[in-house]
Design a protein. Structure first.
Length: 102
C-alpha cells in the first residue's frame, strides 16, 4: 500500500483550513447567491405587475382614442356635407359679385 500525502491548506493567519471550513464558506456564498436570486425573482414579479398595469392603461387609451377618432370622422363628414350644400350657394354669390363688378 502506498502512502499518499494529502494536500493541506493554511489560512493567512497560519491556521489549517479543513474541508468543513471550505464547505461552510461555500454554503455561506450559496445562501447569499440564493437570496440574490430571490430578490431578482421578486423584482420580476413586481415588473410583471407594472407591465400589466401599463397594458391596461394602453387598452383604456386605445378605447378613448377610438371614440375620439369617431368624433373626428363624424365632424369631418358633417363639414363635408356643409361644404357640399353651401358650395353652390357660395359660387353663385361669388359669381354675382364678379358680374356686378365687371
Amino acid at each position: 500500500m502506498t502512502n499518499k500525502k494529502q494536500s493541506t491548506a493554511t489560512s493567512d493567519d497560519g491556521k489549517d483550513i479543513t474541508l468543513l471550513d471550505v464547505i461552510n464558506h461555500m454554503e455561506n456564498h450559496f445562501q447569499r447567491i440564493d437570496r440574490r436570486f430571490d430578490q431578482v425573482d421578486q423584482r420580476f414579479d413586481e415588473l410583471a405587475g407594472e407591465i400589466a398595469e401599463v397594458r391596461k392603461e394602453i387598452a383604456e387609451f386605445r378605447a378613448e382614442f377610438r371614440e375620439f377618432a369617431k368624433g373626428v370622422d363624424d365632424l369631418d363628414l358633417r363639414m363635408q356635407t356643409i361644404e357640399e350644400e353651401n358650395l353652390p350657394k357660395r359660387l353663385q354669390h361669388v359669381e354675382g359679385q364678379l358680374s356686378a363688378a365687371g
